[in-house]
Design a protein around this ligand. Structure first.
Ligand SMILES: *Cc1c(COP(=O)(O)O)cnc(C)c1O
Length: 814
């Protein structure tokens, strides 16, 4: 992209302030944390309920960004950059994208629907890429922000666009339509997903169809419900497996591991085979075939290409690698757009200073290769990548564009040389086009794990964080509790994500937990709830901040502070208002205030208390009395010491039930991890952890045989038994066995039979199609941790934190 800044002003209907340093821009950004922002960047300062990018403009100016679209100029920055002032920055971004889209005149496929959008987009890209230079939405960039960003990446050499649009409520599609302006419309499966935003199915369909208002043709699965809402003027091209009045009629038969489709179209019939058997994949494949038919491909070409369809991996996964390394596995795609996204993700997750990029040849950039690898080299430099390992003939030819770079002709050459390349204490991004089979590289670099893993959805954590942020009054700070290894979900990775999202504080239970976070490079301030006197030295040394809850503890800390000649070292004063666990009581306050008055070595950074019944409105009066006492005691400290500390009192259920007591900060815990004590609120949270294992062995036992220790299960009929390698040593309660609990295999529940063993348990899979090696879900969406806790007579906190450290955690982002 090169666009003249002066031309953009009228399009955004903007007022300007300042003088542009350069007349042209070459990229657009909304992410202040991206290292890819440069002097040719036009930065749109978006603002939402939880986030306002105007706050980062000063920093961006320091880092060389010069052009900003804003709603207002932050105070001291007038004259320091060129500002385009608009009423709403998101609207401006969308207007800009729509304008940009209109500069190009090639066919554009617009995809919407409830399910399958991203897979259909990725498959179409695969099927059509031999013949077109395709620009497509990276990952599932289909939102009000994602769509404009996708479209802005079009360049002069593209000749086909594939973009997806996702909406969650009414009036969103009319904004996306002019940005995508599809010439070919594709409606995928309309399921019941995301129904909350619509009052009924009709409204949802009507809204989605707005994407095709100006399309030449609309492709969809013929059915009456959708048909009723289609406006007359758009030409349709339909398929069906039931209704032979559709343009294309399809008969399906399943054969080993594959599905055969007999396709009847325009008086001809032909067969194609696709390598899938599940309904969703078959439907998605047919949608793609319809596009190929519309483009006029021959039956032979369709047959050949469709046979090669593959499962789409949409996630960027973070895994533990060998020799203390962290892997970011994005081994299924390599295009310029998704490289940028992956590099931003690398920056947000990097655990080590050293960063390595393993990169294959890049296809379909729409740029000539010299230009392309110049840009890749720029990205590598701006993202401070220490080492590049290039794999492929093209990237090898451009080796000289990179500073520290080794190249290999192909993946086999790399694996042969693997032992001579040293990997360790670094973060490694593995990014390759499918044909390079980088999954082999991931296999080599991955730390070997046993089959049970706890998968952590980082998007869900972000979602839950934002949900609770949206409940806070403006200016209220957020401390997030990451004690007990992030409630069992992961320490460093979650802390790093929270740092990326700019929460204000982290809270841990013990000094050790804080030390390991600080040593891994976490910069956020960390409060230690339960500092032992013996850990004061290392608390100070690592810049942690202790909670002080007794006169004895305070004196011990002051003694060390004096020795070390500290000044104003931050401490947090805990007041006991009724929990009766830790904290100063009312009758300690005179002494406490007296001591604090005399000592300048410490500074009261915050005053806090903890509620005993915030989750149970049956005890509302008690909770209110705690809040009243906190108000009284903290106010007294503030006036007598003449200080202005951060005051905080609320945990997750406090945020829900006592919003009036937010004070200056809240302490979010379990809610971040997707669990609420309030059923209505639970619906707004996303599941974070999924505990998975596999079937180790299957057997069928006759009636009368027993399973496991003590013969506690006896089969009353012929029974198929699966053994799963997870037991009470992994944190699965023994009470979950003997028919109480179940696991989920192929979406079906399989009850646990007999007692849970130390490292294994057995389940009844009679009637469930499955084989050894198949995935088993222990908890996640079903059963939920909440459900398990209830059945076990405990609380979700105990189930979550009980999952042993020998279970590997795998983090991923959609
Ligand atoms: C654990 C803890 C929290 C968070 O509680 P949740 O119920 O998980 O939100 C807040 N404050 C203190 C002092 C805690 O110990």
């Amino acid at each position: 992209m090169t666009l003249n800044l002066q031309n953009i002003i009228p399009i955004l209907n903007a007022n300007t302030n300042g003088v542009p340093e350069i007349s042209e821009i070459d990229s657009v950004s909304i992410d202040s944390r991206s290292l890819q922002n440069g002097s040719g960047t036009l930065f749109f300062a978006l603002a939402g309920p939880n986030y306002d990018a105007h706050a980062y403009i000063e920093n961006l100016i320091e880092n060389g960004v010069r052009n900003f679209v804003v709603t207002h100029i932050p105070e001291p920055l007038e004259g320091k950059a060129f500002f385009l002032i608009v009423e709403n920055t998101l609207d401006a971004l969308q207007q800009f994208a729509a304008y940009y889209r209109n500069l190009f005149h090639f066919p554009v496929i617009g995809i919407t629907g409830s399910n399958g959008k991203t897979i259909v987009k990725e498959w179409l890209n695969f099927l059509l890429s031999p013949d077109y230079n395709i620009i497509r939405s990276p990952k599932s960039y289909n939102s009000q922000v994602g769509v404009p960003l996708s479209v802005i990446s079009i360049n002069e050499n593209h000749n086909l666009g594939i973009f997806e649009a996702g909406i969650s409520t009414v009036n969103e599609m009319v904004k996306l339509e002019p940005i995508i302006r599809p010439t070919i419309g594709l409606l995928t499966n309309i399921g019941s997903a995301h129904d909350e935003g619509f009052s009924n199915l009709g409204e949802k369909i009507k809204e989605k169809l707005k994407l095709f208002a100006h399309s030449d043709i609309l492709i969809y699965h013929k059915n009456k419900t959708v048909e009723a809402f289609i406006v007359q003027k758009v030409k349709t091209f339909t398929w069906s497996c039931k209704d032979d009045t559709a343009d294309v009629f399809i008969a399906k038969t399943s054969i080993v591991d594959k599905t055969m489709l007999k396709v009847s179209y325009a008086g001809k019939t032909f067969d194609i085979k696709i390598p899938f058997q599940d309904d969703a994949s078959i439907e998605n494949a047919i949608q793609c075939m319809m596009v190929l038919l519309h483009f006029g491909y021959s039956a032979e070409a369709i047959e050949q290409r469709m046979a090669l369809l593959y499962p789409v991996e949409m996630r960027l996964k973070v895994k533990n690698g060998i020799n203390n390394s962290t892997l970011i596995d994005d081994s299924y795609s390599s295009d310029f757009q998704s490289l940028k996204i992956a590099l931003d993700f690398l920056e947000s997750q990097k655990q080590y200073k050293k960063k390595t990029l393993i990169l294959s040849d890049i296809f379909q950039s729409g740029l000539d290769t010299t230009e392309l690898y110049s840009r890749v080299s720029q990205l590598v430099i701006s993202n401070k990548i220490n080492r590049v390992i290039g794999i492929g003939e093209t990237i090898s030819a451009f080796k000289s564009k990179f500073v520290n770079c080794i190249t290999f002709k192909n993946t086999a050459d790399f694996t042969a040389a693997f032992d001579t390349l040293s990997f360790g204490n670094e973060t490694i991004l593995i990014k390759g086009a499918r044909s390079f089979e980088f999954e082999k590289i991931v296999l080599l670099l991955e730390e070997k794990t046993h089959e049970t893993v706890l998968e952590i959805n980082l998007n869900a954590i972000t979602h839950n964080l934002n949900f609770y942020k949206s409940k806070l009054k403006p200016g209220t700070k957020m401390m997030v509790m990451v004690k007990a290894f992030g409630y069992g979900n992961g320490g460093f990775e979650i802390a790093k994500l929270l740092e990326h999202h700019q929460v204000d504080y982290l809270g841990v239970a013990f000094a050790d937990e804080g030390i390991s976070l600080k040593s891994a490079g976490i910069k956020l301030p960390i409060m230690v709830l339960n500092p032992e006197t013996t850990s004061f030295q290392s608390i100070i040394q690592h810049g942690l901040e202790p909670e002080i809850y007794s006169i004895k503890g305070l004196k011990a800390f002051l003694q060390i502070a004096r020795q070390k000649k500290l000044e104003h070292f931050p401490i947090h004063i805990k007041i006991d208002t009724g929990m009766h666990r830790l904290g100063f009581e009312e009758n300690n306050l005179d002494e406490l205030i007296g001591i604090l008055k005399e000592h300048q070595s410490v500074k009261v950074k915050s005053i806090l208390s903890h509620m005993a019944t915030s989750d149970d409105l049956g005890f509302k009066d008690f909770a209110l009395s705690q809040i009243a006492l906190f108000e009284k005691l903290s106010s007294r400290m503030m006036s007598e010491l003449d200080i202005d500390p951060i005051r905080h009192m609320l945990n997750t259920s406090g945020i829900t039930n006592f919003p009036e007591a937010q004070y200056d900060m809240v302490r979010l815990g379990i809610g971040l991890y997707g669990i609420s004590n309030d059923a209505a609120e639970q619906k707004h949270l996303e599941n974070v952890g999924t505990l998975k294992s596999v079937i180790s062995q299957l057997r069928t036992i006759p009636k009368g045989d027993s399973v496991g220790y003590g013969r506690r299960f006896v089969a009353d009929k012929v029974t198929k038994i699966a053994t799963i390698p997870i037991g009470y040593a992994d944190g699965i309660s023994r009470h979950w066995g003997n028919g109480t609990g179940f696991v989920v295999i192929s979406n079906k529940t399989a009850p646990i039979v007999g007692s849970v063993c130390m490292d294994m348990l057995m389940v009844d899979v009679t009637g469930i199609p499955c084989k050894e090696g198949d995935r088993v879900v222990i908890f996640g969406e079903n059963p939920t941790v909440n459900y398990m806790a209830e059945r076990l007579g405990t609380i979700p906190y105990e189930v979550m934190t009980g999952i042993s450290q020998r279970v590997k955690r795998v983090f991923y982002r959609e």
